[in-house]
Every structure is written in C-alpha cells, then in structure tokens.
Design a protein around this ligand. Structure first.
Ligand code: SF4
Length: 209
C-alpha cells in the first residue's frame, strides 16, 4: 500500500479536499505564533485561541513577555493546561530572545530548538508557517494519520518525521502537515475514525470500520 503511486494519489486527494488547510491558531506576529504553538502542547488550538487574546493584549511582544512574571502569565493561560511550566518557559524564551536575538524569533532550526521549552514540533511549525521553509511538524494528528495510511512505522515523532520527509516531496512538507491535521480533525479521528465516509479508504492501510 505504501508505494510511490499510492502516496502521490493520497497527496493529490488531500490537496483537493483541504486546499487551503492552515494553522487555526490566531496570532499577529512570529513571536505570538511561537507562544501559541508552545501553548498548544497537550491542549487544543481552540483552547489556545481562548486565552491568547487576553495574553497578547498584555504580553504580545518579546519585550513585554520578557518583563512579565511567570505567575501573571500562568493566571492568563491556566485553561491550556500545564500552565505552570508553560508560563515559566514563555518568560524564559522571551528573555533569551531579547538578550540574544535582538527580540526577534530566529528563522534557524538549530537556534529555535535551543530555546527553553521549544521541541521539534514547535520548531518545525515555526520554520514552515512563519518562515515558509520546508519542514514537517509531527503532532498527534500527523502521527496518527500517517501511521494509519501506512506512511510511517516509527513509534517516536522524530522517527515519523524522518519517514515522512523521505516519502513526501520537499515542497509539500508544510502543506501536507496542515492537510493531515485537517484530515485527522474532520474524518480520521483518534477514536472511531469515519472510514466509510473517508475519501482515502481505498488507499489506506488501516481502514478501521
Ligand atoms: S480510511 Fe479510516 S483510518 Fe484510513 S485515513 Fe480514512 S479515516 Fe483514517
């Protein structure tokens, strides 16, 4: 099932069904996108979008966040879960950006990944969404749908990321990330995926119901 023709067909159908798939996180600058992606860990984009308007009204720039106390941030983001550790990391990241990057978010993967609380997924989302460079971020939807399609067998997100990079053309890494998320949200649910209605059911390794 996992052959070049199959992959090409799935990529084409994903493009047809989700042509404009993009992040649903709301942000107005690159720093705000970084914050939103960090907040989305173990949370949903919808939950993140409920806290970021008030958060960004007070702390929407690196300079403002760098001067904040993590306790104040924690109160504003508590609906996102892991508020204590996330608030500490947000303030630390902002201080590093102000001290070492002139208040800007770096467009370099190695620099991004070195920031406090920034992992591969966050770095890849920033690289692709903010800086329009090829990267494929593996979140829970990308991980699940890729494995069901038979595109990846690894049990770690980093392994799945590398497998996807090998089979998906480089110029499609970023849009495919968004399209797999869209598919995971609209049909390929974690529980009870809607395989009978799925436009990929003839091409999928794991039609479940
Ligand atoms: S057929 Fe089912 S498991 Fe496969 S992609 Fe579609 S919804 Fe997901």
């Amino acid at each position: 099932m996992n052959n070049a023709k199959n992959i090409k067909e799935v990529l084409s159908l994903l493009e047809v069904y989700y042509p404009h798939a993009s992040t649903s996180l709301r942000y107005e600058n690159v720093f705000q996108l970084l914050v939103a992606v960090m907040l989305s860990a173990r949370s949903t984009d919808e939950q993140v979008n409920t806290v970021t308007p008030d958060l960004f009204a007070c702390y929407g720039s690196t300079q403002e966040m760098a001067q904040a106390s993590s306790e104040d941030i924690e109160k504003l983001i508590k609906r996102c879960g892991l508020a204590k550790s996330k608030s500490r990391n947000l303030v630390k990241v902002a201080r590093v950006l102000v001290d070492f990057y002139d208040g800007q978010v770096p467009d370099n993967w190695e620099h991004l990944i070195s920031l406090p609380g920034v992992g591969r997924k966050t770095a890849n989302v920033l690289i692709s969404t903010a800086f329009n460079k090829p990267a494929i971020a593996v979140d829970t939807h990308v991980y699940r749908v890729s494995k069901r399609l038979g595109w990846a067998v690894g049990n770690k997100t980093e392994e799945v990321e590398k497998e996807l990079m090998q089979i998906i053309p480089r110029e499609l890494w970023a849009p495919t990330h968004h399209r797999l998320i869209a598919h995971g949200r609209s049909l390929c649910y974690a529980r009870r995926p809607r395989c009978k209605e799925c436009f990929l059911h003839n091409l999928c390794s794991a039609e479940i119901s």
